[in-house]
Design a protein around this ligand. Structure first.
Ligand code: 13P
Length: 250
């Protein structure tokens, strides 16, 4: 049985004050939410400030990226233990925006996953095809390559600790969600790939989130699919009301 996991990726939004306000708004409604994990991933600058608000609550903290080295001369980068130090339990790795604008590759994703696991962080590993790849009928090929290369040489016990987020790039921030059937098909493909890599028993435990224009209006139908175990939410996670509705999916 996989516990559903809904995460809010705040991207480059929210000052410290705004982040604190949003967390307070979320906590008001989260008391009634059970049987699912809920995570927020604010920008780095807000992590330390929001941490005290989350202690003893059912809202967990995550970051949006990390560096794979434990420390060193890497100007502008954040080390894995810097995240655990401020209370993070999750970290998003390989988001399509990191791949597109910051040179993230499957190789760096693989190193970051290992670095995160070493310090006890749960990686949320993002994969997904761009529009042209889907139009050419290559979506499964591209996502398959990202999964295989990103998770290369990880042991079954390590893969079991991952969350995978399937985010078709053409659906991010566009209002253009994948149909629940298309999303389900890709999730099943990813699970079949994992099964080949680490065995069916481990693959059956890995949670696979859908991401890309998830909203209050489509979350119930998405979550009704057998291989969709949660959501990675961008825009709709920036307001307490819409994120609370999403985490309260039926
Ligand atoms: P939107 O929900 O704004 O489409 O963003 C999805 C996303 O990129 C989450 O990581």
């Amino acid at each position: 049985m996989r516990t559903p996991i809904i995460a809010g990726n705040w991207k480059m939004y929210k000052t410290v004050g705004e982040a604190v306000d949003l967390i307070k708004g979320l906590l008001v409604g989260l008391g009634q939410v059970h049987g699912r994990e809920v995570v927020v991933c604010p920008p780095f600058t807000a992590l330390y400030a929001v941490r005290p608000l989350l202690i003893g609550t059912n809202l967990a903290l995550g970051a949006q990226d990390l560096h794979y080295e434990p420390q060193g001369a890497f100007t502008g980068a954040i080390a894995p233990t810097m995240l655990t130090d401020v209370g993070c339990r999750y970290v998003i790795i390989g988001h399509s925006e990191r791949r597109q604008y910051f040179g993230e590759t499957d190789t760096s994703v693989n190193r970051k996953i290992r670095a995160a696991l070493t310090v006890g962080l749960t990686p949320i590993v993002c994969v997904g095809e761009v529009k042209a790849e889907r139009d050419r009928g290559e979506a499964e090929l591209v996502v398959g390559r990202q999964v295989t290369a990103g998770l290369a040489d990880l042991r079954p016990a390590e893969v079991a600790r991952l969350v995978i987020a399937y985010e078709p790039v053409w659906a991010i921030g566009t209002g253009d969600t994948a149909t629940p059937a298309d999303a389900q098909a890709m999730h099943a493909t990813i699970r079949a790939l994992l099964s080949k890599q680490v065995g069916a028993a481990t693959a059956a435990t890995v949670r696979i989130q859908y991401g890309g224009s998830v909203k209050p209006e489509n979350i119930d139908e998405l979550m009704a699919q057998p291989d969709i175990d949660g959501a990675l939410v961008g825009g709709a996670s920036l307001k307490a009301e819409s994120f609370l509705r999403i985490v309260s999916f039926q």
